[in-house]
Structure formats: structure tokens, C-alpha cells
Design a protein. Structure first.
Length: 343
């Protein structure tokens, strides 16, 4: 046990697979551990390098093993897969993790703190409530349409339907259906309150974070995007440049180049889907505002919109926003408003 230098651990809900080698590459341990045995096992070992796939509960186990004095590195599962030999099983996965963590060119995932994971949980919970709100609104509209009651599109149409349900005076709605609609309306009101409460909590965390407040100065970035960026990127130093961050989010073209011929397609859509959607929505708001005012401090954006669709321009602007966010986080700077273009 004292000779183990590197360990790959395939984490799971109950049964964990451990594969350990010494400095010469000789296998020293290959066994299964129950969940309650994991920490006692690593507590007995001297400090060593531990590799884990960045999947569910990986950040928790990373923090636990770091507290025991081990060096823990998380890796994207897609980067570990090429090291799996033949058939896939827990032992082969743990061996592949142990091999991958020693590669000098391997890319690692920074371990998030409990606070950062809590903020991301708040964002995911808010997204869940928003999806539930959409589901409830669609259900109310569809049920009432079966009785010939249709309202306009948008918030005003929904409010008109809710008011009609609350009054209960429309004879076209049978009593049994009215009871169901009232239950859906009550559920919708509760979900709306939960969304507002989540918004307040996000805003409170944003105001308490200096980095998040600096990011808010970027056009198209509000408390929601700023807090999500800070929580999703615990260490901006792992990215060499802003383009690396935008590539990680999935806002750069996907390549299929060979023989010296560069072929670029649509955006890769890799990485964090939620963060990518927020940045695109923020970019669209900037474009909409620029159209209303007839002015923008980004001349390149005007030129791009003249020859490309709006959504393509929004992707380009979202890419630029991600690069500016990286510069602010990595260099600990504040946003500087670009000077207007000279004639």
C-alpha cells in the first residue's frame, strides 16, 4: 500500500472500483469498495495522485479526498474513453482512469466548491420551475381549448384565462373540469412565486460576489449570466485564452479539416448548454436594443448583420461576450467600454 503512487477510481452510487499502480506502472491494488469503505481506504494511504471522471458526485469526492491530503484530478469522461481496453466494465474503467490521469496532455476539470455548486443548483432549480410553468400554461390553454375557450398568445392571454377560471362563471366549463383547472391555476401561482424567490436569491448572491458584479458591466450580461459564469468557471486560469472558454461553452465552429483543407461547420454545441443559451439570449438582447436605438459601439456587429442572419450575429456576439468575461475573470480587471468608431 505504501508504494501506490497513482489511483484511478470509478465512482458510482454504492460500489466503487479502485485501480492503483506504483511509480514503475506495476498494479498494486485492483478491488471494489463499498461506499462506506472509500474514505477509510484512502485515509490509510500516503498522499498520491487520484483520478476521477467528472460525472455525478465527482466534485464531492474530490473535495473529500483533497481534505485527506491526496492530489485529485477530474477528467471529462469522453477524454478517458479512448484508454478503455476492449470490453467496458468497472475494472476496465478504473484502469483507464488511472492511465489517463498520468497523461501530460490530459485536460482536467477544476473541482468546484460547495458554494459554487449551490449557486448552480439554484440556477437548475429555477430552470426546472420555468419548465414547469411552461407545462402548466400549455395544459391550461389546451384544456380550455377543448371547450372552445381560446385566448391570445403571451402573458395577457394567460392572465385572461386565469381570471376566467377564478370567476367560475363560464357555463361552457363543466364542474369537474373547473376543479381540475383551478388546481392547475393554483399550481401555476405557486411555481411563479418559486421563480421570483429563486430570482431574489440569485440577485443576492450576485451582489455579494465582486467578480460577478464586474461581469455585469458587459453589455448583454445581467445577474443571471454573471452568477452562472462565476459558478461554472471556478478557475479561469485553466483556459489559455478567451477562445478556449468560448470553445468549452460550445460557441466556436466545429472543424472537420484534413489534408491542409480547413472545413468549418456550425457551432460545436459542446460543453455547458445552459451557459451557452444564456449568452446567446444576452447577445440577442443587445442586438434588439441596437436596432431600437439605431446605434451600437460594435461596428463589426453592424457589418456582420448586413450579410448574415440575426442568429449568426448573436452567436458571434455571444462568443465575444464569453471572451470578455474570461479576460475580466482571469486578469481581475473591470470592463472597459470601447471607444466609438471614428469617421
Amino acid at each position: 500500500m505504501e508504494q501506490i503512487s497513482t489511483i484511478g477510481i470509478d465512482i458510482a452510487k454504492s460500489v466503487f472500483q479502485v485501480h492503483g499502480i506504483n511509480e514503475g506502472g506495476e498494479v498494486m491494488v485492483c478491488r471494489q469498495l463499498r461506499r462506506r469503505q472509500v474514505l477509510p481506504f484512502f485515509r490509510k494511504l500516503p498522499a498520491c495522485l487520484v483520478g476521477i471522471e467528472a460525472c455525478a458526485t465527482a466534485h464531492h469526492w474530490g473535495r473529500e479526498l483533497l481534505a485527506l491530503g491526496h492530489e485529485v484530478k477530474l477528467m471529462p469522461p469522453r477524454y478517458v474513453k479512448p484508454y478503455v481496453k476492449r470490453n467496458k466494465n468497472d475494472a476496465a474503467d478504473a484502469e483507464a482512469i488511472c492511465e489517463a490521469v498520468t497523461r501530460p496532455t490530459m485536460r482536467f476539470v477544476p473541482i468546484k466548491t460547495s458554494e459554487q455548486q449551490s449557486v448552480l443548483m439554484l440556477h437548475r432549480t429555477r430552470q426546472l420551475f420555468i419548465r414547469q410553468r411552461t407545462t402548466l400554461i400549455n395544459a391550461i390553454r389546451a384544456h380550455l381549448a377543448e371547450f372552445g375557450i381560446v385566448a391570445g398568445v403571451g402573458r395577457n392571454g394567460v392572465e385572461a384565462l386565469l381570471e376566467l377560471i377564478a370567476k367560475g362563471e363560464d357555463e361552457r366549463i363543466p364542474p369537474a373540469a373547473r376543479a381540475c383547472l383551478m388546481a392547475l391555476a393554483a399550481q401555476l401561482a405557486m411555481v411563479k412565486r418559486q421563480i421570483l424567490e429563486a430570482d431574489r436569491r440569485v440577485l443576492a448572491w450576485h451582489r455579494a460576489s465582486k467578480t460577478s458584479k464586474r461581469l455585469e458591466a458587459i453589455p448583454g450580461v445581467g445577474p443571471l449570466i454573471a452568477s452562472a459564469l462565476v459558478a461554472s468557471v471556478p478557475d479561469p486560469g485553466v483556459f489559455r485564452s478567451g477562445r478556449d472558454l468560448s470553445a468549452w461553452i460550445g460557441l466556436v465552429p466545429k472543424q472537420n479539416s484534413t489534408g491542409g483543407n480547413e472545413r468549418l461547420g456550425g457551432i460545436s454545441k459542446a460543453g455547458n448548454r445552459y451557459l451557452r443559451s444564456l449568452l446567446v439570449i444576452g447577445a440577442l438582447s443587445v442586438i434588439k436594443r441596437a436596432k431600437q436605438l439605431g446605434y451600437t459601439r460594435h461596428p463589426w456587429l453592424v457589418t456582420l448583420m448586413e450579410r448574415r442572419p440575426v442568429k449568426v450575429a448573436a452567436i458571434a456576439l455571444a462568443n465575444k461576450i464569453a471572451r470578455m468575461a474570461w479576460a475580466i475573470m482571469a486578469r481581475n480587471e473591470s470592463y472597459r467600454t470601447p471607444l466609438p468608431a471614428t469617421a
